[in-house]
Design a protein around this ligand. Structure first.
Ligand code: DAT
Ligand code: MG
Length: 140
């Protein structure tokens, strides 16, 4: 399997509870390397642009409000099959359905406040990385 990069976000419910280090340990233990990382505070409009694909979903407004409520940590994870591996480490969207040991099973508070975002495919990973990071911020 090829080396890939994926976009990860540690969401406001997790930064608020000081869980960045514990979540990063899960990524590193799974063989994912954090090759770029920064803490930012999104506006609701920026959150809306990032999650534009969900604009028609009933939870969209709540999701954007939440993502802009407090700072997030955006990061690029790299490794063999990083996109799928990260989704595995994250666990299912609904923490009640997430496998034991996954980030969402251990830390997420609800379906909406579920601690982490991870890209779901190579094309979205590319777009999402470019949304937050310039080429200069990405160490080759
Ligand atoms: P994922 O984050 O696992 O890729 P998704 O892309 O389907 O899940 O949805 C994006 C985010 O939207 C998700 O992390 C939390 C929120 N969300 C999804 N389904 C929801 C629901 N039924 N109620 C409230 N928020 C929801
Ligand atoms: Mg998704």
């Amino acid at each position: 399997m090829a080396t890939e990069r994926t976009l990860s976000i540690i969401k406001p419910d997790a930064t608020r509870r000081n869980l960045t280090g514990k979540i990063n340990a899960k990524f590193e233990d799974a063989g994912l390397r954090i090759v770029a990382q920064k803490r930012i505070h999104l506006t609701k409009a920026q959150a809306g642009q990032f999650y534009a694909v969900h604009a028609e979903r009933p939870f969209y407004d709540e999701l954007c409000e939440f993502m802009a409520s407090e700072p997030v940590v955006v990061q690029v994870l790299e490794g063999e099959g990083a996109i799928a591996k990260n989704r595995e480490v994250m666990g299912a969207t609904n923490p009640a359905e997430a496998d034991a040991g996954t980030i969402r099973a251990e830390f997420a508070e609800s379906v909406g406040e579920n601690s982490v975002h991870g890209s779901d495919a190579p094309e979205t990973a590319k777009e999402e990385i470019a949304f937050f990071f310039s080429g200069l911020e990405l160490v080759g």
